[in-house]
Design a binder for this molecule. Structure first.
Ligand code: FDA
Length: 300
């Protein structure tokens, strides 16, 4: 990110939340589950699958994690009641990973129990580097105990990811592959766009070669074309992979991928804790951050 953009994103954190919210709603279905369900119905009508995420992370009290677990359960019930083609994405720090790993594990297991009942699936998002090992450990434990309806995320910007994928391959993991949304130090993360793209394609090939189901999560045209090429060369079937994109980002690309005959899932976040998520999205697209600043000064 250049200096001007860095400054804009920095300044945004001091603006009234009310103003930031107006722009954040581009990336967030709503604060309420009912609205998120409506968005999901609309996507399903367009032949697009979904994953719902109840916003929240870095919880420090067990009560909050228990509330998050309840909210996740409600989402799974609601998906089932509404016959939606959608699953659930969760962040482990919302379920108590930083409080007590055993407590977090039992919360996630209770979600997986409900998901299994409905023949549904839970994806564990990947957060910043201090949580990577604990997240993978929890995922591996769930798999070793027989839970098949759970997937994990690998970030191509992390230098460790190749080694992590070697281990995940041996258990035929269902992996969402993304670039990585968190600011990480150079010692542990690739920093240049080209290095991250190259690593992404290398990791994607490893997963495809090992016949793991992959969620190809990106809006980067270069990576989408790279994935198309692998899919063609390796003669992969639709059931072997899906593309994934974030709600509100690159609608044209989304529709093109669907028109090209691929399965596509949209990540739809909703809920009251929209602020941290939105700031991360602004960092990825400082143009939006500029709109917020302009609106402030134009009195819009
Ligand atoms: P890149 O950032 O280069 O974007 C390519 C183009 O897409 C940009 O040039 C711009 O045009 C557009 N674009 C991208 N982001 C935009 C935005 N916010 N607003 C408007 N336009 C935008 N990360 C993580 O660390 N852990 C996780 O669990 C997940 N989960 C996840 C799920 C799904 C479904 C997706 C798509 C992404 C994630 N991510 C994630 C985020 C991911 O790591 C990454 O930060 C973003 O996807 C941006 O990277 P791209 O590959 O899209 O490329």
């Amino acid at each position: 990110m250049n200096l001007v953009n860095q400054l804009i994103v920095f300044v945004i954190q001091f603006l009234p939340k009310r103003l930031v919210k107006r722009f954040a709603m581009r990336y967030i279905a709503s604060e309420k589950l009912d609205d998120a369900i409506r968005v999901m119905k609309f996507l399903n009508l367009k032949n697009i699958m979904g994953t719902l995420d109840v916003l929240g992370e870095n919880v420090s009290m067990k009560e909050e994690s228990l509330l998050a677990t309840k909210a996740g359960e409600e989402v799974l019930h609601s998906i089932n009641e509404n016959h939606l083609n959608a699953n659930l994405s969760i962040k482990l720090t919302q379920f108590g990973l930083k409080i007590d790993e055993e407590f977090c594990y039992s919360n996630v297991r209770s979600l997986l129990g409900i998901a299994s009942r409905y023949n549904n699936f839970v994806r564990i998002d990947m957060e910043d580097s201090p949580t990577t090992s604990a997240t993978l450990k929890l995922y591996e434990r769930l798999r070793s105990e027989g839970y098949e309806n759970v997937g994990v995320v690998i970030q191509a910007n992390m230098r460790r990811s190749e080694g992590d994928i070697q281990r995940l391959i041996s258990m035929k993991a269902n992996v969402r592959l993304c670039k990585g949304a968190y600011m990480e130090p150079e010692a542990i993360a690739f920093k240049s766009r080209e290095e991250i793209q190259l690593n992404y394609l290398k990791l994607l090939k490893m997963l495809f070669d090992a016949k793991c189901y992959v969620g190809i999560a990106t809006h980067d045209d270069f990576l989408v074309s790279g994935a198309y090429q692998y899919i063609q060369e390796m003669n992969l079937q639709k059931a072997d992979y899906e593309f994934q994109m974030l709600y509100g980002v690159k609608i044209k690309l989304r529709d093109q991928i669907v028109a090209d005959g691929h399965r596509l899932r949209i990540y739809v976040p909703f809920g009251q804790h929209w602020y941290a998520y939105s700031i991360r999205r602004f960092k990825e697209n400082p143009q939006i951050a500029r709109y917020v600043i302009n609106a402030l000064f134009s009195g819009d």
